[in-house]
Design a protein around this ligand. Structure first.
Ligand SMILES: Cc1cc2nc3c(=O)[nH]c(=O)nc-3n(C[C@H](O)[C@H](O)[C@H](O)COP(=O)(O)OP(=O)(O)OC[C@H]3O[C@@H](n4cnc5c(N)ncnc54)[C@H](O)[C@@H]3O)c2cc1C
Ligand code: SF4
Ligand code: SF4
Length: 425
């Protein structure tokens, strides 16, 4: 490819234009001696350049980066009897569920289903390990990728981490093991891995299951600092952060040395969607619902968030979407083995009641991408996500509002990140 930009400038354009979620895959594609995904001066995980980078490598990164390419479920995984919903995508079963083991249900972010499924995949011998994310050892608000080989390892990774988490920096090492494994992560991480399957055949051979949480976006580093300050904690003194889990949502627990204070999910995120502090990439996310995964797991709060009263004794109930035959079979087998408790099946309209923010974004996102185009920005390539079709159902003035809003955000610098530089802290 010919470009007036250098290879490094092209890689950094993804970051500068607010499209990098810090998944870590470019490090695996280029090699750690050339690109390293690390905490940068902006507070996010982003790529920094360590060695010589060429255009061919950057072309390969653009092909797989979830900031530049997001696709729905691979066509080969859509069966003749798979159902389709225009908002919720391909699905075979939607069901309310929780972990069969009460301890896992309690510890998990919602009802512990992802942890229960991860453990079941190991104990049933379906996979040798799970590539997932656990609390970062170095940065209390971040997640680190980890390979889980035992039920205890999977249990240790339970709970949502709302800060940056580079799930795919170790994908090369995971594939090099030559063993079947499962991947549990965010929808954009799975988009990245599905993209990477086009460059590395081992992904389709070895990654037997891809499980995600339905995802409204991760918390910005500045948003987390603002939260600490709102509740009167010096960010410099924080040694541990558990966002949720141990009930649903469970306490947001902040540790400063030997002391710990507990807050509510609402203290971190605010009262409703308008108060969420999200990276720009999440605001233009065409797939927070995990269309490319075998199973997506969600919360079941009507209206999309908990209230302080009902959440006191909530043991946690997930809504699961099985999108593939493998996902559907896994849910049934895990239930049969007692790893999951299934409550009752639900239709897509019920998912929409639980996730109104996902529905709103799915409709709005095509116009937002047009706003990127208007501003001469990189427009992520999307396929099989129906976003243009959904936008056509909206009144023209709503699409214009979304499109102009994105253009305006870009004009006032709200969609721009600094050129990445490794953080000194
Ligand atoms: C950033 C983010 C945004 C979310 N937004 C929504 C939403 O809009 N609507 C909704 O219904 N639910 C959302 N959730 C999901 C919800 O918090 C639960 O994770 C989900 O219901 C699964 O619950 P569980 O009890 O099965 O999870 P658990 O059994 O506790 O398992 C959680 C799993 O997620 C993995 N994980 C945790 N954090 C990350 C991360 N940052 N990156 C990759 N993997 C991670 C862990 O390794 C673990 O395997 C979000 C979660 C995250 C992390
Ligand atoms: S989204 Fe992932 S692949 Fe793309 S630039 Fe960021 S870290 Fe690299
Ligand atoms: S909203 Fe989309 S881009 Fe943001 S973290 Fe979730 S899946 Fe990734």
């Amino acid at each position: 490819m010919t470009s007036k930009l250098t290879p490094g400038q092209r890689l950094f354009a993804i970051v500068e234009q607010g499209l990098c979620i810090g998944c870590g895959l470019c490090q695996s594609v280029a090699g750690e001696d050339r690109v390293r995904v690390t905490k940068t001066s902006s507070g996010y995980l982003h790529p920094v350049i360590e060695g010589e980078l060429d255009h061919d490598t950057v072309d390969r990164i653009y092909e797989v980066c979830p900031g530049t390419r997001i696709e729905g479920l691979p066509q080969r995984l859509v069966e003749p009897d798979t159902r389709h919903d225009n908002v919720w995508g391909p699905w075979r079963r939607m069901v309310r569920a929780w972990a069969g083991d009460p301890e896992i249900r309690f510890e998990g972010s919602t009802g512990g289903v992802l942890t229960a499924l991860g453990q079941y995949l190991l104990t049933s011998g379906r996979v040798e390990f799970i590539l997932q994310v656990k609390t970062s050892a170095a940065e209390p608000s971040f997640g680190d990728p980890t390979l889980s080989f035992t039920e205890a390892d999977v249990f240790e990774a339970a709970g949502s981490r709302y800060g940056p988490a580079a799930a795919l920096t170790d994908i090369g090492a995971a594939l090099d093991r030559g063993q079947p494994f499962a991947f549990i992560a965010k929808p954009c991480d799975v988009s990245a891995l599905r993209n990477y399957a086009r460059q590395d055949d081992r992904v389709d051979q070895l990654v037997r299951y891809m499980l995600v949480m339905v995802c409204g976006g991760f918390g910005t580093p500045q948003g987390t600092i603002n939260f600490y300050q709102r509740v009167g904690i010096d960010p410099e003194r924080v040694t541990g952060l558990r966002y949720r889990g141990r009930g649903c949502p469970g306490p947001t627990r902040v540790e400063t040395g030997d002391e710990a204070q507990e807050f509510h999910y609402i203290d971190y995120w605010g009262e409703d969607e308008t108060t969420w502090s999200l990276p720009f990439r999440c605001k233009i996310c065409p797939d927070g619902i995990g269309e490319a995964a075998d199973i997506a797991a969600a919360d079941t709060w009507i209206g999309g968030g908990p209230n302080r009263v009902d959440s006191v004794d909530d043991p946690g109930t997930n809504a699961l979407i099985a999108r593939t035959r493998a996902g559907e079979e896994l849910i049934a087998a895990a239930a049969e083995a007692g790893a999951l408790t299934l409550e009752y099946d639900i239709p897509p309209d019920t998912m929409s009641l639980y996730q109104p923010h996902q529905v709103n974004k799915k409709y709005a996102v095509w116009a937002r991408h047009q706003g990127l185009r208007d501003a001469g920005r990189i427009v992520p390539h999307t396929e099989r996500l129906r976003i243009e079709e959904l936008a056509q159902d909206l009144p023209e003035e709503t699409n214009a509002f979304q499109r102009n809003g994105t253009r305006r955000r870009i004009e006032i610098g709200k969609a721009t990140e600094p050129t990445p530089e490794a953080s000194k802290s």
